[in-house]
Structures are given as C-alpha cells and as structure tokens.
Design a protein around this ligand. Sequence first.
Ligand code: SF4
Ligand code: SF4
Length: 318
Amino acid sequence: MSVIDELKSAIKAKLSELDLVIGWGPGFDPLHATPLFMRCEKDVDKLLWGPLNVHNPATYLPGLKGKKVGVVVKGCDSRSVIELLQEKLVKREELVIFGAPCAGVIDMGKVRRALGDLDKVNAVSIEGDNVVVTAGGKQHTLPLAEVAADKCGRCRYHNALISDVFVGEHLPPSVEQDDYADVEAFESQSLEERNAYWKREMQRCIRCYACRNACPLCVCRDHCIAQSRDPHWIGQGDNVGDKWMFQMIHAQHLAGRCTECGECQRACPVGIPLLALKRKLNKEIKELFDYEAGVDPNACPPLQSFKVEEEHINERGW
Ligand code: SF4
Ligand code: SF4
C-alpha cells in the first residue's frame, strides 16, 4: 500500500475518537497544497502527501487545546509537536500523531525562479525525483533536489520523531550533522556588512506578522509585544528600527525553542531570509548548551531552566 493510502486508512480508523485531524489538501491550484481539517471520511479522501505539503500543521495545535486532535506530520513538523509538548503548550493525551517519512518539500520561491510565471499552473505530478509542472500549457521537469527547501538538504529528521502511527519506510538523514556553514559564512563578514545586510532586508518588511503567525512556537499572539499598547514596547512606524526590534525579539523568544521548520521564512510575502536569524541563535544555543530543540519530549529548553554553573559558560572567568 502507498504511504498516502496507509495514512488515509490509519486516519479513518481513528477518526471517530477525534474532533478533527489536520493534514494537507488541494489548494487554489495544483502546486499549492493547503492545510486540511478532516472531520469526516470524505475529508480524509482529499488528503495529500508529498513534497507539496509545505505547511507545518503543528502551528494549529496550541489553539486547539482541549480538543482531541489528530495531526499528520513530516519529520520537521514532529519536532514542533515535541517542542510544544515539552513546553506543555499541548497535552499528549489530546493528540494522535500520524507520522511518515518526508524526502523534502518544495520551496515555492525556487519553483517560481525556475518557471518565471506561476499564474497558470494546470497540473503537477511527482515522477521519481522530479516535480513535473505544467504551466501555461508548457511542461517543466524540475529535479526535486533543485527546488527543495534548503532545510531539506540539511535535514537529519526525515522521519517523524514522535508518532502513534508511523507509515512508510524510514529514510536516512541528508547529513550526519548540521555544520551551520551558512551561518558561519555570514559571521565571517564584518559587523558593518552584516548590519547593512539586515538593514536592507528589514527595509522591505511590511509588518504583516505572517512570520509570527506561521510559527508553531510563537504563542503569545494576543499579548504579542508587536501589538501591545500597555506597555508599548515597539512603535508602529514604518522604519527599520521598529521592524528590526520586532524581529530581534521574535528571534530571542525562539532561542533554544526554534525547530527550524522554516515556516517564518516561507510565510514572508517579501522573501526576507528569517531562518538565518533563527539558525544563528540555534548555533549559539548548541555551542553553549549542547541542546537542540524538539528532539526529546522530556527535555527542558535551556532558556527555561536554570543552573548555577553552566558547563560551557565561564561566568567567573569574565
Ligand atoms: S522561528 Fe521560524 S523556523 Fe523557528 S519554529 Fe518558528 S516558524 Fe519554525
Ligand atoms: S512575514 Fe516578512 S514582511 Fe511580514 S512581518 Fe514578517 S518579516 Fe515582515
């Protein structure tokens, strides 16, 4: 049985015990899958599985607390579920997790650059290691490796790390260790160059907060510093300072919690490379605390715990 058929029958078998199951279904065109909320067998028949399933369904879980929810996860999504469990933002007994191996998801920006015009997508199929897109009457064969999200090329968790039902064959990691080469390349620039880079990027921010809303671990929402008037943390001006302040606070709040699902960057309508900020902080957390978010449901994120003496922080030597 194929992964999708196995997933559908596993979900149907559990559906009567659940309020809903979150997965992916057809979007406004064949290239864009969209989050799917399944409540009946007819909904389950719409389920999609494959490289078009770019969204992270774990993002919806904190808002569904109190309901019994099923969630279909890729490896990276499963890390968000684990992090939510660690932080007690969701309850394990309220979740049924359907996991499967994911070989990578597409980066729509890369597809757009490869095809030029995405306005008239007629059909999409996955053929072996290629994504075949028919757009404007022309057929384009795009190797998945070339249009996959960057996160997939460095993925060590293609298989869901937590699941009640796992279907399909386990996949090996893309790399043994994340070497943070992209972050190191950025760090090798001068402070002025780095500052100028982020100023340029932040100038393009339209403060839509899609990055915040798409993030499964950005959970303050109604009490977000970006909106609060009392206290008034950040001005609403259209200036780099306020925009940068928001992003810095977002990144700091995700330090040691961000599972690098890349949803912030994917959701950004102006293509700001936000994951670089999160990866920089994750690199620091890894070096200081030897910690990686979302891999152990029983672990406590380092910035939520306290030790008088941290092994890798030589406070007395400063
Ligand atoms: S900050 Fe971005 S990459 Fe990290 S968990 Fe949130 S959406 Fe995912
Ligand atoms: S999604 Fe992009 S444009 Fe919108 S607030 Fe975030 S960084 Fe700014």
